[in-house]
Structures are given as C-alpha cells and as structure tokens.
Design a protein around this ligand. Structure first.
Ligand code: NAD
Length: 261
C-alpha cells in the first residue's frame, strides 16, 4: 500500500472521517491537501503537523464547498501547489434531521450542494489532469444512507443516493483509462457530525441520548459497534492501491452489516 509520490485532496478534512482518511493516506506516503470552509490557525497547524507525524508534504486550502466555483478552485489551487492531483476524496458532508414537510428549503439546498454538487465540481476539475497522467483515484464518501433510507433525513438520503449514482457514471466514463471511481459507504462512525445530530434525533424520536445511540444508531449495525475513522481511511488506501485497480463504479460498505439486513 505504498502511495509515496501520490498527491491527494481530501475535502472536509479538518475533522472526523476526512481527517482520518487524510491521516491514513499520509501514513501510506501520499502528500495531502486538507480542506474545509474555515481559515483558522489551527487548520494550517493541523496540516503542518502531518509533516512531523508522517514525513509527507501537507497543506490546508480553505474552500466553502457549498459554492461550486470554490470547489473547482480548490482543485486548481491544489494542482498549482502540489503539481497535480492523483487522488481525490470527496468527503465533505453535512446533514439535518427533520420531517420532510418541515424541512427548510435552504437547508435542503445546502445539503445537496455540499454532499452531492461539490463532488461533481471537484471531479470535473480533477479529471483532465488524471486523464493526462493516465492514473487517478476518485473516492466518494457516501453512506449506508446512499443505499438505504432513514426517516427524517430526506435531503441527506437523496444526496447520498445521488453520490452513489454519480460514482457509477464516472466509473464508466473513466474505465480503461487508469482511473477508478468508487464510493465508500460508512455506517455510523462517532464523529462531530453524528454527535451534533443526536439532540435532533432525541427530539424527533422522543428518546434520551443513550437510547438514541442504542435504538436508532447501533441497532442498525449488526456488529453493535461504531466503525472508526481509521477503518474508513484504510478502505480508501486500499482503493488507491494497485490491488484495487479493477475495482471501479462500485460501492464498498463499511457498516458492520447494516446494508446486509
Ligand atoms: P464531520 O462533521 O466530522 O466532518 C465533515 C467535514 O466536512 C468537516 O471537515 C467540515 O468542516 C466539512 N465541511 C462541512 N461543510 C463544508 C463546506 N461548506 N465546505 C467545506 N467543508 C465543509 O462529519 P463526518 O462524520 O466525518 O462526515 C464526513 C463524511 O462522511 C460526510 O460526507 C458524511 O456524510 C459521511 N458519513 C459519515 C458517517 C458517520 O457516521 N459519521 C456515516 C456515513 C457517512
């Protein structure tokens, strides 16, 4: 799993799964671009720490991926700074829990923009360079909610199903060109995103925190455990390796058995 010399962009990677993915790519030797919409000293310090921890080159590039122009500019800036983009991980995502008839339209649009549209823009911007190089890996962090649904998550479920569909289409458009495009579909991973969703889940289900974790979340994962960010990152590294060169246009579930039910 040696990715030395490969240059990776991981969107939404200053916390949670994106950070875990960036760390596993760096452990495998890849240089990385971290990204989010914030521009704090700690974001840049985080990227600098990758050099000390993993001996790779890393930088932080701010881009608000709710804006398609900024999503494309992120790839252009990454290519300008690193000389190319061999690996693109579309990870940035948000969600909101509400009954569909109470779902604020601006929140719906924002979820679709960040979870789905941003991956369209970054993929379109990164592909010409990958085609010219004859090598590329695009990995979309979708979700078990890209294959199944839950009540009160209509925008998120719609966006993630869209990501799975786009993954198949791009896998076909790039087949035989040294480029693969796949989706990783995590079940529940206890990240800041999931933590922030627990109060809303408590409200709509009328449950306390422990019951939400047990009855709403882990009840869907036959393993009875959260997956870890390292396990999602390791799956991404494998998809980037030569072992997975014939894996394209498909989904890999890391969900403790959720989608087998
Ligand atoms: P998180 O909240 O910890 O991380 C989300 C990342 O996206 C953060 O870095 C955040 O800054 C970034 N982000 C949010 N809005 C952005 C914007 N406008 N522009 C740029 N970056 C933005 O959440 P997470 O759980 O690590 O989620 C990461 C991905 O994994 C998401 O796509 C999510 O849907 C998916 N996922 C998570 C779980 C889970 O259980 N945690 C399960 C399945 C899928």
């Amino acid at each position: 799993m040696n990715l030395k010399g490969k240059r990776a962009v991981v969107t939404g990677s200053n916390s949670g799964i994106g950070l875990g993915v960036a760390e596993e790519l760096a452990k495998a030797g890849a240089d990385v671009v971290l990204n989010s919409f914030t521009n704090r000293d700690e974001d840049h310090d985080l990227a600098r720490s990758f050099g000390e921890r993993f001996g790779v080159s890393a930088r932080y590039i701010q881009a608000d991926l709710s804006d398609g122009a900024q999503a494309r500019a992120l790839i252009d800036e990454a290519v300008a700074q690193m000389g190319g983009c061999d690996i693109l991980v579309n990870n940035a995502g948000i969600q909101h829990v509400a009954p569909i008839e109470e779902f604020p339209v601006e929140v719906w649009n924002r979820i679709i923009a960040i979870n789905l549209n941003s991956a369209f823009h970054t993929t379109a911007a990164a592909l010409p360079g990958m085609r010219a190089a004859g090598w590329g890996r695009i990995i979309n962090i979708a979700s078990a909610h890209g294959l199944t649904a839950s009540p009160y998550k209509s925008a998120y479920v719609s966006a993630k199903h869209g990501v799975v569909g786009m993954t198949k289409a791009v896998g076909l458009e790039t087949a035989g060109q040294g480029i693969t495009c796949n989706a990783v579909c995590p079940g529940y991973v206890l990240t800041p995103l999931i933590e922030s969703q627990i109060p809303d889940q408590m409200k709509v289900h009328n449950m306390d925190r422990e019951t939400v974790i047990r009855e709403v979340m882990l009840q869907r994962q036959p393993s009875g455990q959260f997956a870890t960010t390292e396990q999602i990152g390791g799956t991404v590294v494998w998809l980037c390796s030569d072992y997975a060169a014939q894996v394209t246009g498909t989904t890999i579930s890391v969900d403790g058995g959720w989608t087998a039910l």
